[in-house]
Design a binder for this molecule. Structure first.
Ligand code: G3H
Ligand code: ZN
Length: 290
């Protein structure tokens, strides 16, 4: 099944796929291992920073190797690519999916740049012989993927407007839409309060074949995650939660075994922690056996 087919199944059946970020091959493997364990497909994301660290072509090569080894659907997404050039680079490297994030630009410029990527991906279809899935973003998502030290206030104007969302997806031609509904990247000081009604209104306004994406899934209480899925979210992004779990496990291992210098031995606990947390998230999203 293609990513689009999986997402539209998720939308219709009210469950969500999970998108997890990675910056090392070990983390990519842990994400795929978790998906295999619960019978889900794996969506691995690399932000521009993560992709530059791994290397775009290297990330694609690891994905291909993991597909052979695990024999499950694996999709590689260029997450939050904030320039048309970087997004084109990811398409040329044969990522499966692009999140072109021009949400900081005025509406018309956001549409124009996003549309540019949709057309570029379509023009490559006959050469590469596979369908890309393209995500655009509308609304303002604050924060970044770390534990926030200061309070971040979400303003009413940050939220995605349902009428604009409809216009945006129709004009830009995207397959997925990232929305701002009270979510904040990173683990915030205050408990986030998602506007579930707003998700419902955006879902009603946007054509059914366009999947809704909830970014900044870390630190959101489970009941809100479940309510967001019931309201129409089909893809949830998690980065900070898994970064923190991985780093804490690694720190613990390094301090408990100061003489261990073999990387694949001292990072084993961190890889397992990462995998187990992703299994938990996939269960929460009702992605099991999907
Ligand atoms: O695109 C990545 C995500 O939105 C991650 O957000 O770090 O808050 O989990 P998070
Ligand atoms: Zn995000």
């Amino acid at each position: 099944m293609s990513l689009q087919e999986i997402l539209s199944k998720a939308t219709k059946e009210h469950w969500s796929t999970g998108h997890f970020n990675a910056s090392e091959s070990d983390q990519m493997r842990a994400i795929v291992k978790a998906a295999k364990e619960v019978g889900a497909s794996a969506i691995v994301g690399t932000s521009e920073g993560e992709a530059n660290h791994l290397g775009y072509e290297v990330a694609v090569g690891i994905r291909d190797g993991l597909r052979k080894e695990f024999d499950i659907p694996i999709f590689l997404n260029a997450d939050h690519h904030k320039s048309v050039e970087a997004a084109k680079h990811a398409i040329d490297a044969r990522y499966d999916s692009i999140h072109i994030d021009l949400s900081a630009l005025p509406f018309e410029e956001n549409v124009r740049g996003t549309r540019d990527i949709v057309e570029y991906a379509r023009s490559k279809f006959s050469i590469f012989n596979f369908q890309f899935s393209i995500e655009g973003e509308l609304g303002y998502l604050r924060g970044d993927s770390k534990i926030q030290k200061e309070k971040i206030e979400v303003k009413p104007e940050d939220y995605t407007n349902p009428d604009e969302a409809k216009k945006f997806v129709e004009a830009a031609g995207v397959n997925r839409l990232a929305i701002a509904v009270g979510n904040i990247h990173g683990i915030s000081l205050d408990e986030p309060a998602l506007d579930i009604e707003r998700i419902r209104a955006i879902r009603a306004a946007v054509p059914e074949e366009v999947a809704l994406v909830l970014h900044a899934g870390s630190g959101i209480p489970e009941d809100q995650i479940k309510a967001a899925i019931a309201a129409g979210i089909a893809n949830i992004h998690i980065n900070t939660d898994i970064r923190v779990a991985y780093t804490e496990a690694l720190r613990k291992e390094l301090s408990e075994k100061p003489d261990e210098t073999t990387p694949y031995k001292f990072d084993e606990a961190a890889r397992d922690t990462l995998k187990n947390l992703i299994v938990e998230k996939l269960r929460l999203f009702s992605s099991v056996s999907k």
